[in-house]
Design a binder for this molecule. Structure first.
Ligand SMILES: NC(=O)c1ccc[n+]([C@@H]2O[C@H](COP(=O)([O-])OP(=O)(O)OC[C@H]3O[C@@H](n4cnc5c(N)ncnc54)[C@H](O)[C@@H]3O)[C@@H](O)[C@H]2O)c1
Ligand SMILES: O=C(O)C[C@H](O)C(=O)O
Ligand SMILES: [Mn+2]
Length: 575
């Protein structure tokens, strides 16, 4: 078979006309054209297109512009009050008319992000079987994993560059969600397009349905996933191997973002495949980078350095361990020795402080505190660790709602006039503390950032913006940069470069904040993407040679030029 380079999907290609403009040439015509979300323009098909493409008589007489359609959809959206209903509305639009969905989302990022993404996506995951309408993405399950190649061949996209894949074992802070985790892959990829500039035809959400440990789901007749327990051990890895092999064959240019794999699996999968297929784990690496960026900025706001802080990370799963590793790396870059770092970063799991005399999973070992350091401490529970270790920074990644109690926060405040308190667990119901409470308990002195969005808090006449420390500020730019550089591998240094780039962007544009406002997600991502490309070139993993030797301004220009914009292309029938 000869390789076609031009066609983007089996259903259309995009070519430049003699006038230099880009035209979309659909393979299908007539009614089916209105059923392909990537192609459908609804009433924005012009009279000439309607006649040429067999659509005459199938659409309302009015011919609309994209802007007019966006306004009409927004007016409808605004009538809906329930967040989950809003989510369903937007998902239905996405499955009907993808350009319109992205145009609407781009115009209302700050308002709609919490609906397509955290926190409402958590609800969408839980209700996925109930709200399921159209299929989207690729589902591999124990039913079809032996036919992974032919299943992938059925995906109607020929040039996928970014895949978000989950096994749904640890969705946000809500645990095993079985097939419903697909909603997370879909939501993350919406951000790749709206904030990371990756065209929707280049994205593929994947659900790896290896079963679920939840009997309530398996017993629910409405549940759409496979109804047996989770694969484990070798069987599990063989399943993921089959997915990776088939993906490499069909999409040799794709990068995989591993999402919401629970702790041990998250580390094992990342280690096993990161050199086989360019890939990264969003919860370990994306979260590590976004939290490092926010902590660096918050330190600057205090007039201190990261190396001056004592950090407590509460939660030692994928997120917590990733954050601890990133903070340690930040301290190393500020000149601290491994021994000094060990006395400044304390990590707790559900059994308390990780100390090196304890039994624990392998991946936690590097994060354990030397037992000798805790000799004479009153205890190794959260509050004791804060007191005895003199913590100035509290990072919550345990999914345990309310665990940053008044006593806990006050204990940190006793160590420093301005503690950093980041309850980072998602969705909102799982947050370790409410920003308003943290600020009240610390007389407005704490620097607060959260994983899910929160309204600003006004206390004693002063308004505090609550930064959103969510990996959404990292993964779109990290993935986009990796795609543009055509990397062989996503290195740890690329991830760290993303963290510093985000910190730098915030400092330059919002010197008083820990994170940029969410409506600047795409600007921040562009900045991150440039830094990621630069690092990929430095690490020798970039195979896109045209980027070599480019200045930062040149790279910025390239990233901006490649950034996908939601626009309807004019259609031309095939000759
Ligand atoms: N803000 C972000 O960008 C971001 C990114 C990733 C994860 N998170 C959040 O972090 C939380 C954990 O996610 P994960 O992917 O690491 O899950 P995970 O399943 O890998 O790990 C959860 C961990 O929580 C810890 N834990 C549970 N109960 C605890 C307790 N009572 N005390 C101390 N620790 C306890 C355990 O150590 C466990 O390993 C979730 O709520 C998730 O939404 C936030
Ligand atoms: O999905 C999010 O909002 C962030 C993160 O990946 C999480 O698992 O909580
Ligand atoms: Mn996640």
């Amino acid at each position: 078979m000869t390789r076609r380079t031009l066609p983007l999907t089996d259903h259309y290609d995009v070519r430049r006309g003699e006038d230099g403009h880009r035209y979309l040439h659909p393979l299908v015509r007539g009614f089916p054209l209105l059923r392909f979300p990537l192609l459908n323009k609804g009433t924005a098909f012009t009279e000439a297109e309607r006649e040429a493409l067999g659509l005459d008589g199938l659409l309302a007489p009015q011919v609309d512009t994209l802007d007019a359609l966006v306004e009409r959809q927004y007016a409808e959206y605004a009538q809906i009050t329930e967040p989950l209903d809003r989510h369903v509305f937007l998902r239905n639009l996405q499955d009907r008319n993808e350009v319109l969905f992205y145009a609407l989302l781009s115009a209302h990022v700050e308002e709609m992000l919490p609906v397509v993404y955290t926190p409402t996506v958590g609800l969408a995951v839980q209700k996925f079987s109930q709200i399921y309408r159209y299929p989207r993405g690729l589902t591999l399950s124990t039913r079809n994993i032996d036919r992974a190649e032919s299943a992938l061949a059925n995906v109607p996209l020929n040039d996928v560059r970014i895949i978000v894949a989950t096994d749904s074992s640890a969705i946000l802070g809500i645990g095993d969600q079985g097939f419903g985790g697909m909603a997370i892959s879909i939501g993350k990829l919406s951000l790749y397009t709206v904030a990371g500039g990756v065209g929707p035809d280049k994205t593929l959400p994947v659900e790896l349905d290896v079963g679920t440990g939840r009997a309530d789901l398996r017993d629910d007749p409405a549940y759409l996933g496979v109804k047996h327990g989770r694969l484990t051990g070798d069987e599990y890895l063989r399943f993921i191997d089959r997915f990776v092999e088939a993906t490499l064959q069909r999409y040799p240019k794709a990068i995989i973002q591993w999402e919401d794999f629970s702790k041990d699996a998250a580390f094992e999968v990342l280690r096993r495949y990161r050199r086989v297929v360019p890939s990264f784990n969003d919860d370990i690496q994306g979260t590590g980078a976004v939290v490092l960026a926010g902590v660096l900025n918050a330190c600057r706001l205090k007039g201190e350095a990261l190396r001056d802080q004592v950090v407590v990370v509460h939660g030692a799963g994928a997120g917590g361990a990733g954050v601890a590793l990133a903070i340690r790396e930040g301290m190393r870059r500020e000149g601290l020795s491994p021994e000094e770092i060990a006395a400044r970063v304390f990590v707790l799991d559900s059994r308390g402080l990780l100390t090196d005399d304890r039994r624990m999973e392998d991946y936690k070992r590097d994060l354990a505190t030397p037992k000798a350091l805790t000799d004479g401490w009153a205890g190794t529970d959260l509050e004791s660790v804060i007191r005895e270790g003199k913590a100035t920074v509290l990072l919550g990644l345990s999914g345990q709602a309310g665990i940053f109690s008044e006593a806990v926060v006050r204990a940190a405040h006793a160590n420093t006039p301005r503690p950093l308190v980041f309850p980072l667990s998602n969705p909102t119901a799982n947050t370790e503390a409410l920003p308003a409470d943290i600020l009240a308990w610390t007389d407005g002195q704490a620097i607060v950032a959260t994983g899910s969005p929160f309204d600003p808090v006004t206390l004693n006449g002063e308004t505090h913006e609550i930064g959103q420390g969510n990996n959404a500020f990292i993964f779109p730019g990290l993935g986009f940069g990796a795609i543009l550089a055509r990397v062989r591998e996503v290195t740890d240094e690329m991830v760290t470069a993303a963290a510093y780039a985000l910190a730098e962007y915030t400092q330059a544009n919002h010197p008083g904040r820990t994170y940029p406002p969410v409506d600047e997600l795409s600007h921040a991502s562009i900045h991150v993407a440039v830094a990621v490309i630069r690092q990929a070139l430095a690490d020798g993993v970039a195979t896109e040679f045209t980027l070599r030797g480019q200045s930062d301004a040149g790279l910025l220009d390239t990233v901006k030029r490649k950034f996908w914009q939601p626009k309807y292309l004019p259609f031309r029938p095939r000759e």
